[in-house]
Design a protein around this ligand. Structure first.
Ligand SMILES: C[S@@+](CC[C@H](N)C(=O)[O-])C[C@H]1O[C@@H](n2cnc3c(N)ncnc32)[C@H](O)[C@@H]1O
Ligand code: SF4
Length: 420
């Protein structure tokens, strides 16, 4: 999971259809070149909605998937038809560009059969030029696991599996409302380790009632599989979720900070480096797709509620597709999947850039800032001075890097670049 800023959006809004000429018009920015392009594909259904989750995910039993699949069944083929109509309508915006990575996220993409994922990837390849070593990640939930299913995804072309483990402790899995238990999590990770050269485990900490020894046990279990990559998230209580309405008792902030220190220590001892605020990897196993987000690269997002960020010579554009799966399918099949399409305001670009780039342990090259925002360095000079004075960054003539303190107080650091 990469946390992409979410713009509030109402599906009551009409579809947005912009003239292709708009994107090419002269504007205030001067981008000397375009960044790498990634593709995000959102598959929005889950077996059951988790009480902490504010992602655009829907229980398919609730009828939101009505259509060719009928009630109670994910309409896989109709949804893929809609994705392809969505992609085809977007092609003029990425003309001639190569795709460097694909991320199939959700929701629970592993609800889709391996045959459907095979069709999805073939249909994408028929329409886009992929880099020869294109990283193709897919998210999987241990609750949808059955023998040989992960191997079949591998044969369909997925190169990297990301498993939503969250915890190996049955009590905590229950408190999180997960559909799987410890035994299913262990079986899923075991098969992923056999089927994939590289894979990720999503783990959450500061869980309801969790103690430090329990967190250590979860991590020891995860590390015993020698995972190439782990993403570790502090459980947050998001607005409009079940947990926001009925908050569980979770560890205090001090306790959560101590847990994070312990996580960094234990993963470090296991040979993994914290290369991003919530991502730990063995050498050579960093996730290209997420690094591209954090380096302010481009991504085209197709599927219900998917977000895109696309650069042009004189503007940076953000788009959002319709959120509700049924409405998305109807609109995408009619060639108008887009609910929002806005140029990023010049004044907002420095903060948007920093929101991403400062999450990386190695920070960013000053040249990349000008290349990717089309703005001169003078637009961040004041913010950089303040950040350096407060000990939140270190820099030389070419690079800016968050310090340990900057990493600990990341939102304070990022806020220094907010527009006046
Ligand atoms: C979109 S989910 C994809 C994985 C899959 N849907 C699953 O849950 O198994 C990505 C990850 O975000 C994390 N996540 C979701 N909601 C969160 C929250 N409220 N606080 C912290 N992490 C969260 C979980 O670790 C989850 O695996
Ligand atoms: S399985 Fe993942 S996407 Fe689905 S509701 Fe749970 S956390 Fe959200």
């Amino acid at each position: 999971m990469a946390h992409i800023p979410i713009t509030p959006q109402s599906d009551a809004d009409p579809a947005v259809v912009r003239d292709i000429q708009h994107y090419m018009r002269p504007g205030l920015l001067q981008l000397p070149s375009l960044p790498p392009l990634s593709l995000y594909v959102h598959l929005p259904w889950c077996l059951k909605k988790c009480p902490y989750c504010d992602f655009n995910s829907h229980e398919f039993r609730d009828g939101s998937g009505d259509g060719v699949g009928g009630p109670g069944q994910v309409p896989e083929q109709r949804y893929i038809d809609a994705l392809m109509a969505d992609l085809e309508a977007a092609l003029p915006l990425i003309w001639g560009r190569t795709v460097h990575s694909i991320f199939i996220g959700g929701g629970t993409p592993s609800l889709f059969s391996p045959q459907s994922i095979d069709r999805l990837l073939s249909d994408i390849r028929a329409r886009l030029r992929l880099e020869s070593d294109c990283e193709i990640t897919m998210e999987a939930n241990p609750g949808t696991f059955e023998k040989d299913r992960f191997r079949a995804y591998r044969s369909a072309g997925v190169t990297r599996l990301s498993i939503g483990v969250q915890s190996f402790n049955d009590t905590h899995l229950k408190a999180l409302g997960r559909v799987h238990d410890r035994a299913q999590a262990l079986a899923a990770v075991e098969e992923a380790a056999q089927a994939f050269d590289t894979f990720n485990l999503d783990i959450m900490y500061a869980l309801p009632g969790q103690t430090m020894p329990e967190l250590e046990q979860d991590l020891l279990t995860a590390l015993a599989f020698a995972p190439p990559h782990i993403s570790i998230y502090h459980l947050t209580i998001e607005p409009n979720t079940y947990f926001a309405k009925f908050p569980p008792a979770i560890p205090e902030d001090d306790q959560a900070y101590a847990m994070l220190d312990r996580i960094t220590e234990m993963t470090g001892e296991a040979g993994m480096a914290r290369y991003e605020i919530s991502a730990y990897a063995r050498p050579g196993h960093q996730c290209f797709h997420n690094i591209n987000y954090w380096q302010f690269g481009d991504y085209l997002g197709i599927g219900a509620g998917a977000h895109s960020k696309l650069s042009f010579a004189h503007r940076v554009v953000r788009q959002v597709r319709f959120r509700d799966p049924a409405r998305y399918m109807d609109n995408a099949l009619a060639g108008r999947a887009m609910a929002q399409d806005d140029d990023v305001r010049r004044a907002d670009l420095p903060f948007e850039y920093m929101l991403n780039a400062l999450r990386l342990r190695d920070g960013f090259a000053l040249q990349d800032f000008t290349d990717r925002t089309g703005l001169p360095l003078t637009t961040i000079a004041k913010g950089l001075e303040a950040a350096e004075r407060k000990g939140l960054i270190e820099r030389d003539a070419a690079r800016v890097r968050p310090t340990e303190r900057g990493f600990d107080f990341l939102s304070d650091l990022q806020e220094l670049f907010l527009a006046d």
